[in-house]
Design a protein around this ligand. Structure first.
Ligand SMILES: C[S@@+](CC[C@H](N)C(=O)[O-])C[C@H]1O[C@@H](n2cnc3c(N)ncnc32)[C@H](O)[C@@H]1O
Length: 325
């Protein structure tokens, strides 16, 4: 099965694509956004993905549009451009390809090695589950997963791994389900939040988002658009705060603020404060759209602000994890 792009039309409208423009698709995935950008305007697109499988899927598009399309394997936290960019779009999280490819270990729907590494390098989710302390696991599942059963789940993981290492997605899902008493008839599996928390840690997703937003701020030309589609409340909050702070959404100046030093002059303007959600019809057709939230803002000509600090939400887990890297 392919990847059905979420909020595609809304993201394209927010980018305000124009002929001759240069745009960055920070998350190529299945290429749905890149293809639409190239179709909607005579523009150039530079796309990034950190997953080698996504890059392999993009070979055909590169061959079809050699002059207008560039695909780079790498993290969007490192994105740069040699010319001013008219729009940067992030469609965060994992693609359906990653979820459906059982052996990548992102999902409990297939029993597979507990992997979850988008780049297929470095320590895996199994390392986190087997090596982090109980306190770190509980903190991680509570803060990144926003799961109130985090302590119970962490205790069950530690008990289970004392008998044998937890190296498979199936065993982790069963361990969590046993810990919380398996909610029959629940719409989502009880291990969903634990899996999500591990994925975010393994791929440093919040750190990447902080670096990616700052990188976008640096490469965007005046009047360029920053567009972000997120699927997790922590990410959405980071994006919202990043834009609100830099757009000085408290109601001080808009384009210029002469009373502020230049490094604090608004680097974005915000025309729409509310996030855009998927329509009922899109959610019906694509359940992944359920938690999608789109925010966008327009770059001003003020200098970029200092690099955004990642939020350090789970300091204990993050510190223990850093030692494994
Ligand atoms: C939701 S999918 C994007 C789907 C795409 N918009 C489409 O229409 O097919 C997210 C993609 O972003 C990639 N990704 C996630 N974090 C990244 C990062 N920090 N740098 C580069 N790519 C990243 C993932 O590997 C995944 O392929």
């Amino acid at each position: 099965m392919g990847h059905a792009p979420v909020l595609l039309a809304e993201a394209m409208d927010a980018l305000a694509l124009k002929d001759g423009g240069l745009y960055v698709d920070a998350t190529f995935g299945g290429g749905g956004y890149s293809r639409e950008m190239l179709a909607r305007a005579r523009c150039r697109v530079i796309a990034y993905d950190r997953d080698p499988d996504a890059i392999a899927r993009g070979v055909e598009l590169v061959a079809a549009e050699p002059k207008r399309f560039t695909l780079l394997q790498g993290r969007f936290g490192d994105l740069s451009a040699d010319a001013p960019v008219n729009g940067v779009v992030f469609d965060l999280g994992v693609s359906s390809y990653q979820l459906d490819e059982g052996r990548r270990g992102f999902s409990f729907r297939a029993d597979a090695d507990l992997d979850m590494r988008m780049e297929k390098q470095g320590p895996s989710a199994a390392d986190a589950v087997n090596k982090l302390s109980e306190a770190a696991l509980a903190e991680l599942i509570y803060r990144y997963g926003e799961d109130d059963d985090s302590r119970r789940i962490a205790r069950a993981i530690v008990q289970e791994r004392a008998a044998h290492a937890i190296t498979r997605t199936g065993l982790l899902a069963d361990t969590v389900e046993r810990a919380v008493g398996g909610r029959k008839g629940a719409r989502v599996h009880p291990a969903t939040k634990t899996f999500q928390a591990l994925r975010m840690l393994v791929n440093d997703e919040l750190g990447e988002l902080a670096r990616g937003l700052s990188a976008a701020e640096r490469v965007l030309a005046p009047a360029g658009r920053l567009v972000v589609v997120s699927f997790h409340s922590l990410e959405d909050r980071m994006v919202k705060q990043f834009i609100a702070e830099r757009a000085d959404a408290q109601g001080r100046g808009t384009r210029y603020a002469p009373d502020l030093p230049p490094e604090r002059a608004p680097s974005f303007t915000l025309e729409r404060r509310r996030a855009t959600a998927s329509s009922d019809a899109e959610i019906e057709a694509n359940p992944r759209a359920r938690s999608a939230s789109l925010r966008w803002a327009t770059r001003t000509d003020a200098p970029a602000w200092d690099e955004l600090e990642p939020p350090a939400l789970a300091p204990r887990a993050e510190a223990e994890w850093a030692k494994l890297n």
